[in-house]
Design a protein around this ligand. Structure first.
Ligand code: SF4
Ligand code: SF4
Length: 212
């Protein structure tokens, strides 16, 4: 049996087609109201705190290399399986792991931020860069050099200390702060330390089990 919804209409409404008049009234009203459409690309959107954009590998200012230690946590946490890492142990450096290759296939990324959240040394980050579209797939399959270059360009335009930018968004939520690795326990920027801060103690206060 097919049930069809039939709105009740009076005789006058049918004669004067009030829905059309209502639609025209709405059009007329919008004609004189302030437009809400942003004239992109001339008009850029405001980037909010914690925005997750183009991937970058943070360059260690002391060594000039990536800060990555090859722990593979980001690759394991990634739900899209779009991170590929190759590394080897260097016996001359006390069996330290050296990264041979680090790649991210950004077309498969869902921008969840898990990679930056689990990284114990704050090596991988999603920057505030959002304009990096392309007509070909290979250019969006970021190599290690491209990821380091992404960081260099982004860091050069930052108007705040790097720690102040990176720290608030790179910490696993809901964990006691003393259990986090040292790079995750840097001071939080004042901009982020208020109501929006949902890390550690504050997260438990607002979202954790109620203390009796
Ligand atoms: S943001 Fe999420 S999907 Fe994208 S690379 Fe990181 S973990 Fe993978
Ligand atoms: S989690 Fe961080 S240190 Fe570990 S492999 Fe990924 S980027 Fe490198």
């Amino acid at each position: 049996m097919q049930i069809q919804y039939q709105p009740k209409r009076g005789l006058l409404a049918t004669i004067f087609q009030v829905e059309i008049l209502q639609g025209m009234a709405l059009t007329l009203k919008r004609l004189f109201s302030k437009p809400i459409t942003r004239q992109y690309p001339e008009e850029k959107p405001q980037i909010r705190l914690g925005f997750r954009g183009q991937h970058a590998l943070v360059r260690d200012p002391e060594t000039g290399l990536s800060k990555c230690v090859g722990c593979m946590r980001c690759a394991m946490a990634c739900p899209s399986r779009c991170i590929r890492i190759r590394s080897h142990k260097d016996k001359a450096l006390g069996s330290r792991r050296i990264i041979d290759d680090y790649r991210i296939e950004s077309l498969r990324c869902v921008y969840c931020g898990y990679c930056e959240e689990v990284c114990p040394v704050n090596a991988i980050v999603l920057t505030e860069v959002y304009e990096y579209g392309s007509y070909d797939r290979p250019s969006l399959y970021f190599t290690m050099e491209q990821l380091l270059g992404n960081w260099d360009r982004f860091a050069a335009g930052l108007d705040q200390p790097l720690e102040a930018y990176v720290n608030p968004f790179w910490r696993p939520r809901g964990l006691p702060e003393h259990t986090l690795p040292a790079p995750k326990r840097l001071p939080v920027s004042p901009e982020w330390s208020g109501e929006q801060q949902v890390v550690g103690k504050n997260w438990r206060q607002h979202h954790g089990p109620k203390q009796s």
